[in-house]
Design a protein around this ligand. Structure first.
Ligand SMILES: C[S@@+](CC[C@H](N)C(=O)[O-])C[C@H]1O[C@@H](n2cnc3c(N)ncnc32)[C@H](O)[C@@H]1O
Length: 327
């Protein structure tokens, strides 16, 4: 998975010839789908700035920032809250050079407050949307790990072997006979890296997943949650054309919470994305934006976006938002 997604030349996220986001591409994230997502989060971020005592300088670091669509919309919306905006530096942290290049182009208007080297420590928010599900993970059973090899016809195929990392043996105890689960060990390293950089502040993570008990339920998910997407459709065989499509698994929220606790972060909120956005003021944001719009077509489009974000059973109801804080 590491090679299929991040190989410098052929990896899905590193290739510069692929259009990954958008209506005609492979998937649409909430950030890219509607300006309301970033605008509502801008309201929430402004409240966080208040809670942090209105620092004169603070930083929003966005992990897995992709093509910068969220950053551009968030900064645009934050500029309505002028005191927060004046205090804000924004750092985009993405492993993909081609994504960083696109983000640079999208963000020319905010060039003076945007940067791409996020290694220093900061006070503020570390935000990510659909980052954790893109980390390479291990697939294990109760007795070993699944690997990828070549069959006699030179096609990729699955094989089993011993655990590549001793810690996986602990996770295998959670696995029933015949069941396959994913273990995303990178989540722990990622949190340790984030915690080392935040002096005080928040980690806000948006993704799709479940608590561990549900995720590893042998009846609900006997084969785990590994899946691949191309042109908004599931790919039947994830080994058929590595580098051509996105590969993901659902996030184990219990693990993210546990990683946070290890570094002194408490859970402030954990909710489905639709409920979170409603509480954060999505409808107020919609009403405000509509009064500023001139055409009925624009008003209709924005209202439709809002409906999609809060509709029961819609996209946002299968995503969750976790807010963790360290004082
Ligand atoms: C599914 S995309 C989400 C993009 C964006 N957040 C959005 O909502 O549209 C995942 C992004 O995470 C990036 N990524 C994956 N692993 C990363 C890592 N360890 N550090 C930083 N970025 C990473 C990928 O290059 C890709 O741009």
């Amino acid at each position: 998975m590491e090679a299929a997604l991040y190989d410098p030349e052929f990896g899905y996220y590193t290739r510069s010839d692929l259009k990954r986001w958008g209506r005609e591409a492979d998937y649409r994230t909430s950030a890219e789908r509607s300006e309301l997502f970033a605008a509502t989060l801008a309201r929430y971020f402004a409240r966080v700035w208040d809670e942090l005592g209105r620092p004169a300088q603070w930083t929003i670091v966005e992990g897995g920032s992709g093509d910068g669509a969220f950053a551009a919309r968030l900064l645009q919306a934050l500029s309505d809250h002028s005191r927060v905006f004046d205090a804000t530096s924004y750092c985009l942290d993405d492993v993909s050079e081609s994504s960083r290049t696109r983000a640079r182009e999208q963000l020319v208007g905010f060039a003076e407050r945007v940067s791409f080297d996020c290694r220093g420590s900061f006070e503020g928010i570390y935000f990510s949307n659909e980052l954790l599900d893109a980390f390479p993970f291990h697939r294990i059973t109760n007795s070993g790990e699944l690997y990828v090899t070549l069959d006699p016809d030179n096609n990729f195929t699955w094989t089993t072997g011993a655990f590549s990392v001793p810690l996986l043996a602990d996770f295998s105890l959670k696995c029933a006979e015949g069941q396959i689960i994913e273990v995303n060990l990178e989540v722990d390293d990622w949190f340790a890296g984030v915690a080392a950089r935040i002096n005080s502040g928040y980690v806000i993570t948006v993704d799709y997943g479940a608590e561990e008990a549900e995720l590893y339920d042998p009846v609900l998910r006997p084969n785990g949650t590994l899946r691949a997407f191309s042109r908004h459709k599931f790919v039947d065989d994830v080994l058929s054309a590595p580098g051509e499509y996105d590969i993901t698994s659902s996030v184990n929220w219990t693990q993210v919470k546990r990683a946070g606790e290890r570094w002194g972060f408490e859970v402030v909120e954990f909710a489905s994305q639709d409920k979170f956005l409603l509480n954060a003021g999505l409808l107020e944001e919609l009403a405000q934006r509509i009064t500023r719009m001139e055409t009925d077509a624009d008003k209709f489009a924005l209202t439709t976006d809002a409906r999609e974000m809060i509709l029961p059973g819609g996209m946002a109801s299968s995503f969750q938002v976790l807010v963790q804080r360290r004082s």
